[in-house]
Design a protein around this ligand. Structure first.
Ligand code: HEM
Length: 487
């Protein structure tokens, strides 16, 4: 019995380490059964460098970390078999050829199995089109900029009264405030408060653990109840709670004929126009995904951007000049920002592009392969997860002195482009980020309001990466009312 058991175990381990393939697998190792190389992958590292996990393997298998060709290896992460690629051509090819998003089982559980973003190509295409109505340049121009401007101004004034503000948290509040209004319309104050609490309790790192074990990020995320607003009282599932809240708001509003937000009007209006109606369940799940993705990206990138600005006095000075000019150009002191103002922020957009370039030391093309894929001598099997890193952002032939933060390198370039052969912070192909334009606009508006004051970032602010960007010492800026620029 024991030997049979041992043989089975050895067989299982052997199979784990030597996955079945129809050709030759890329070099690499599958690590320990089930756990794979997940823990090494997540080791925190300097956010402006690639991790040692990546560097070591590229050097081991390809000898040259600066080469942009044919550097990809196999591994296992989050319980899935994966390919990590530094090869830009391969990344773009994969982005074009595959449309299944490379999210792990734990994340799928969090998003909901029926989530339209994860379902058929048709439903995915359809929700993307709907989203662009709200978040494409036309939607931003006509609907969003006003709200983002007002929220940014309000929170900045509040920060100035308090003497400081946390960039990541403030950006998150602006984002959720703005999206919640566009999606749900005006909400009951109690419901709005509860939604905000859900986000506050949202555990960073929820994506890390593929096991739904007590104590892990996913588990906590799934089990939040805000009885007395303390974590100790958490005993319901956060996801369910948020979904329930969103669903209730939608149903109540629909029943009473009250206005929903524009986004729901777009969703329901479109679907009804086509003779079918998106179920409330699907719509709510979709909205939830949307909030989740938005909230985990822009606030962190913005906090990193403010840190870069703070570390580069010349950049800060140039931004000061640009934003003072915009404020001075306003007939009324309190006049809101217009789309034209935003478009006139050339240097700010150069700073944002440079920040997006240099902070991209994480994969930005994430797919599950739909078919076996032949690359040179190697076969990448169908069903494997593909993680494409924008290593090209650090190639010295494309970007001179690539590890330096230098916004001036974007002078004369197309600042509106969100993807090119040398720039993929928002991914590429059929899954290209739908919130890219919105994120850039939100960051620019935030920077504008920050520069209405003299500000400084808390010394000792550091950025590390453990897949996501993290700020161990916080990301506060000191800011005060009496330093308002036009006072
Ligand atoms: C600076 C901020 C942001 C960055 C760096 C970013 C980056 C990305 C990346 C790398 C992808 C995957 C693309 C791929 O696999 O090819 C993605 C997808 C996505 N992003 Fe963003 N994102 C940001 C902000 C936002 C915001 C603000 C929203 C929503 C309001 C958003 C919504 C989405 C959605 C819904 C997807 C999935 C698209 C699909 O599967 O079709 N993102 N984003």
């Amino acid at each position: 019995m024991v030997s049979l058991f041992l043989v089975k175990i050895f067989h299982w381990v052997y199979q784990w380490r030597n996955p079945k393939t129809n050709g030759k697998l890329p070099p690499g190792s599958m690590g320990f059964p089930f756990i794979g190389e997940t823990f090494e992958f997540f080791k925190p590292h300097d956010a402006l460098q690639f991790s040692t996990f990546i560097k070591d393997r590229v050097l081991r298998f390809f000898a040259d970390f600066s080469s942009i060709h044919l550097s990809f290896f196999r591994t296992s992460l989050f319980g899935d078999k994966a390919i990590i690629s530094m090869d830009m051509e391969l990344n773009l090819e994969m982005a074009k050829a595959n449309s299944v998003p490379g999210v792990t089982k734990s994340v799928i559980r969090l998003f909901g199995e029926n989530n339209l973003f994860l379902q058929s190509k048709e439903s995915h295409k359809h929700v993307r089109n709907l989203t662009f109505q709200l978040l494409g340049p036309q939607g931003l121009k006509s609907r969003m900029i006003e709200d983002v401007d007002l929220l940014a101004r309000t929170y900045m004034e509040e920060g100035a009264r308090n003497g400081y503000l946390d960039v990541k948290e403030t950006s998150s509040k602006i984002l959720i405030g703005c999206l919640a209004k566009k999606v749900m319309g005006e909400m009951e104050p109690e419901a709005a408060k509860e939604l905000a609490l859900c986000w506050r309790y949202f555990q960073s790192g929820w994506f890390r653990f593929f096991l739904n074990l007590p104590g892990t990020g996913v588990y906590k995320m799934m089990k939040v109840l805000f009885v007395q607003y303390t974590e100790a009282d958490i005993s319901w599932q956060a996801r369910k709670r948020m979904m329930k809240l969103l669903r209730k708001t939608v149903l109540t509003k629909r029943a009473s004929g009250e206005e929903l937000g524009e986004f729901f009007n777009i969703i329901f209006g479109e679907m009804e126009g086509e003779g079918e109606t998106m179920s409330v369940e699907n719509a709510v799940e979709y909205i939830y995904t949307f909030f989740l993705v938005a909230n985990e990206t822009t606030p962190r990138i913005l906090a990193a951007t403010v840190k870069f600005i703070s570390d580069h006095p010349k950049v800060k000075q140039e931004l000061q000049r640009e934003h003072e000019e915009i404020v001075r150009g306003k007939a009324e002191k309190e006049g809101g920002l217009t789309w034209e103002d935003y478009k006139s922020m050339h240097f700010t957009q150069m700073v944002i592009n440079e920040s997006l370039r240099i902070i991209s030391t994480a994969p930005t093309v994430l797919r599950v392969l739909e078919h076996d894929f032949q690359v040179g001598d190697y076969t990448i099997p169908a069903g494997w997860t593909f993680m494409g890193y924008p290593h090209i952002h650090f190639n010295s032939e494309k970007y001179e002195d690539p590890y330096a933060f230098n916004p001036w390198r974007w002078e004369g370039k197309d600042l509106g482009a969100i993807v090119s052969k040398t720039f993929i912070p928002f991914g590429a192909g059929r899954r290209l980020c739908v919130g890219a334009e919105f994120a850039k606009m939100q960051m620019a508006v935030f920077i504008h309001h920050l520069f209405r004051y003299r500000w400084s970032m808390k010394s000792g602010t550091t950025i590390i990466r453990s897949f996501m960007l993290m700020f161990p010492g916080g990301c506060d800026v000191q800011i005060s009312e009496d330093t308002e620029v036009d006072k």
